[in-house]
Design a protein around this ligand. Structure first.
Ligand SMILES: C[S@@+](CC[C@H](N)C(=O)[O-])C[C@H]1O[C@@H](n2cnc3c(N)ncnc32)[C@H](O)[C@@H]1O
Length: 471
């Protein structure tokens, strides 16, 4: 990287879009230069930073211009070296990254379906079976179903398993739509009664008190406006009347997540609830906003959207099986878990997975609202490498042992020539040792710049995809 201390004048800090306009490049190009460490990352005070908070990231126009002039002179001809040209997915529109059921519920830490597709289409055949022992929200399973492959996913978090099940389940899509819209209408009628509109006599005050009495969670009481609470509790109460209950839980959970008393720019990692009705400066919308005080608006927004996405996926998917297993991938008895499935009598042809990375995300915590609303049992203490246990040497040691235990546990169900793809942002270089510990060998590595994520953030980073095989 260019030494900014040698720059003659001030840094000329600009946002990525401003930088792109100033030098006639795209903001993806600028992200790539950052990723390749050709230019630095700054905050708006000109301090070098590792991670930028939303909207904070600045680059130095001066530094950028010097770098580009070096490129022009041919002194930077290797600036793409090492990064796979097809794996950046720079031109990919958000609509594609979040196609059909991939957008049914937000999830921090998803990989994009196109990454899965790229590898599955080159290394596997239709009818193969793929395992994802860190299934998360089920991206590998959905993509496998789309590509005529069987898939098995395991995750420790019951809520992640619910999202994955709902995405991969087969529906009578007409019935699913009817149920989603019916419950939306009923909760809509209730919501009107809260504004003294519609059939108010159906929902007397005692009814609302009765609903609130069902609220056991202090967390929910703190994070939602009173009206939002009533609407979500009524929706929850109606769910048992329908066939596709898990699907309705996911629609409600998505609406609930967006109805927390949190700034619009902070939905993925909210810090503390805002008081009802209090204005704040919104970095996402660049204006004063107030936190949402109801849940109905989001129930409306997501009901039709969910029905449409299910129908779209239904028309694309194959009839291959998708198996979701909740449990600890270090210990789960895969042979037994697959015994009653169409995959019982066959080997698994490969793994495509992105494990948690050491000390980065608490996977249960990001969905606390859903655990509180539905009462799913939490298994936080079995998460490998959670953020709350940090990135110390000891945390790294535990992480390596944990990930290796998962691969070792999967080996008996894998075919002898199984291909194992592991997507990791391996900044501590832990994977060579993990491969050794697991009885695997790394046969190829692919590097990609991550500038397009399903959950957007301002921090581009580099990711490695390790291809491993049995030794
Ligand atoms: C990076 S995320 C996977 C995201 C996924 N590729 C997607 O697109 O949604 C890692 C997942 O590993 C899960 N996990 C952590 N420890 C686990 C364990 N011991 N057994 C099974 N899953 C675990 C977390 O709950 C999390 O969902």
């Amino acid at each position: 990287m260019i030494d900014v201390r040698e720059l003659p004048d001030h840094l000329e800090l600009v946002t990525l879009d401003e930088a792109a306009r100033a030098v006639g490049k795209t903001s993806h190009n600028i992200r790539d230069y950052i990723q390749r460490q050709r230019i630095g990352k700054y905050n708006d005070q000109g301090e070098t930073i590792q991670r930028a908070k939303n909207g904070e990231l600045r680059v130095s126009l001066k530094e950028l211009r010097i770098f580009l002039s070096l490129v022009e002179q041919g002194n930077e001809k290797h600036h793409w070296a090492g990064l796979h040209p097809e794996l950046g997915f720079h031109g990919l529109a958000e609509k594609q990254r979040t196609k059909h059921v991939h957008r049914l519920h937000p999830y921090l830490g998803k990989f994009i379906p196109q990454l899965v597709e790229w590898f599955l289409s080159r290394y596997f055949q239709p009818d193969d079976a793929i395992l994802d022992p860190f299934m998360g929200s089920g991206t590998t399973l959905v993509q496998s179903a789309e590509m005529n492959m069987h898939a098995v996913g395991i995750d420790i978090s019951p809520f992640n398993c619910l999202i994955a099940k709902v995405k991969t389940a087969k529906y009578d899509v007409t019935k699913a739509r009817a149920e989603i819209l019916d419950i939306e209408k009923k909760v809509g009628d209730f919501s009107k009664s809260l504004s003294n509109l519609g059939e108010t006599h159906l929902f007397p005050d005692e009814f609302k008190e009765e609903l609130l009495a069902e609220l056991e969670s202090e967390y929910l009481r703190t994070w939602f406006a009173p009206r939002a609470l009533l609407e979500m509790l009524y929706y929850r109460r109606l769910i048992p009347q329908y066939e596709y209950q898990d699907l309705l839980k996911v629609v409600l959970s998505r609406a609930v997540r967006s109805s927390r008393l949190t700034p619009h720019y902070d939905l993925a990692t909210p810090k503390e609830p805002l008081p009802v009705g209090q204005q704040y400066w919104c970095r996402k919308h660049n204006r004063q906003c107030i936190p949402i005080d109801n849940c109905m608006k989001k129930i409306h927004a997501y009901s039709e959207d969910t029905a449409r996405r299910l129908a779209e996926f239904d028309s694309l998917r194959s009839d291959k099986s998708s198996v979701v297993i909740q449990g600890d991938s270090r210990k789960i008895d895969l042979k037994e878990s697959l015994a009653d499935t169409p995959l019982a009598a066959r080997g698994i042809d490969g793994i495509f997975t992105s494990p948690p990375y050491v000390g980065q995300i608490d996977y249960h915590d990001q969905h606390t609202y859903a655990y509180e609303l539905f009462g799913f049992p939490r298994q936080d203490n079995l998460e490998i490498g959670p953020k709350k246990r940090g990135k110390s040497k000891q945390a790294q040691r535990n992480y390596m042992d944990g990930i290796a235990a998962v691969f070792k546990n999967a080996l008996p169900v894998l075919t002898p020539d199984a291909k194992i793809f592991v997507v990791a942002n391996d900044r501590f270089n832990l994977y060579p040792e993990i491969a050794d510990l697991s009885g695997l060998k790394i046969v190829e590595t692919f590097h990609r710049a991550v500038t397009k994520r399903t959950e957007q953030g301002d921090n581009p980073y580099q990711e490695t995809i390790f291809l491993m095989t049995k030794t």
